[in-house]
Design a protein around this ligand. Structure first.
Ligand SMILES: [Zn+2]
Length: 358
């Protein structure tokens, strides 16, 4: 055997031994699987040449377990916005994110798998009042305590996890966001979670691919989450109280939107989307108004290709620009239909009334 080969086979023996220890530690001591990526191991060993004995100031198992746990914590904390699935030991399996835009988190299964449910069902299950308002396009929210979310989980499947625990959450919706060409209804889950090292965070559960777009269109949410997380980490605030406050903050559009007076609207015309939307809607003729059958909202075409969406209560939901052929396509697909004149006049007078009372 050449020197090179000898060297290689010895190294192979060390690798095999280390691999065996890593696998065993992963099976028995680590909470959650470390995803396969190169691991940097720093081991402390002492070799005594007098009798060629090897000793470790700390058992090798413990040294490796510490490294793997630290890596795992880091992996988990870098995937905020997801729910840890204790069944798959992953934040990247299909269970870690809601299966559709309308789903919210409703707890863990017996084996620690995240469970999801349509917002309407979830609200009914926790006996929320005024669920019918959802059908008028008015968003609602509710607080769900951690005990409720964790009640099914069996021991050993994430119960009392030191890596990820949902201490409570707020579910809310429907929001209206434009994703691609379509205006979509969106349900959201805001979780108060405890992460590695006991660190408490407030996270919005969401596919990272959608996050930026959603945050852009619902700009009051990020500051509300940040505020809640800060309050929760100031120990004198009780998490539950903070989260209940968050439940209304995530719904609230900036106060001035509601309080706009006619005068203020005129003054700020062309400055803020909501003012433009109201001005356009009051000016529009009936032929420019449509009922969006999918989201049960009103779509009003304004000047310069603008399109404004209002809920049935006359609250402005969002605005975007739209081409004539996109309008035609919505009509052809029966996504939109012409709004009956009486309904449109009704809507305009409600809009005027809300301005005067504001
Ligand atoms: Zn899973």
């Amino acid at each position: 055997m050449s020197t090179d080969n000898k060297h290689e086979s010895r190294q192979r023996a060390v690798v095999d031994a280390l691999q065996a220890i890593v696998r065993q530690v992963q099976r028995t001591e680590c909470e959650g699987e470390v995803e396969l990526a190169p691991i940097e191991l720093q081991l402390s060993l002492r070799l005594d040449p007098s009798n060629w004995s090897l000793s470790c100031p700390e058992p090798l198992n413990d040294q490796i377990a510490r490294t793997l746990t630290a890596i795992h914590h880091e992996q988990v904390s870098h995937t905020s916005g997801r729910v840890t699935c204790f069944q798959c030991q992953s934040t990247h399996c299909e269970h870690a994110l809601p299966p559709s835009l309308l789903d919210v988190f409703v707890g863990f299964s017996e084996t620690g798998r995240p469970l999801w449910s349509h917002l309407v069902q979830a609200l009914l299950d926790c006996r929320t009042d005024s669920v019918d308002r959802l059908y008028q396009g008015v968003p609602i929210s509710t607080w769900i305590p951690g005990a409720e979310l964790n009640k099914r989980v069996m021991k050993g499947f994430g119960k009392k996890s030191q890596v990820f625990a949902v201490l409570g959450q707020v579910i809310a919706g429907y929001y209206f966001v434009k994703l691609g060409e379509e205006l979509e209804r969106l349900a959201l889950t805001f979780q108060w979670v405890r992460g590695p090292g006991g660190k408490q965070r407030v996270q919005m559960v969401m596919d990272p691919a959608l996050r930026d777009e959603v945050m852009l269109q619902l700009p009051w949410i990020a500051p509300a989450l940040k505020h809640a997380e800060k309050k929760i980490n100031q120990s004198r605030f009780k998490g539950e109280a903070v989260m209940k406050r968050l439940a209304s903050d995530v719904l609230r559009r900036p106060r001035r939107d509601k309080r706009s007076t006619k005068h203020a609207v005129a003054r700020r015309h062309d400055q803020r989307p909501v003012d433009k939307a109201i001005a356009d809607a009051l000016e529009a003729s009936c032929e420019k108004a449509y009922l969006d059958l999918k989201s049960n909202t009103l779509a009003i075409r304004g000047r310069s290709g603008r399109c404004h969406i209002f809920n049935q209560d006359g609250q402005h939901v969002t605005s975007f620009s739209i081409e004539s052929d996109a309008v035609q396509s919505r009509l052809n697909r029966k996504r939109w239909q012409a709004l009956p004149k009486s309904q449109f006049l009704d809507f305009q007078s409600r809009l005027r009334a809300s301005l005067q009372s504001g």
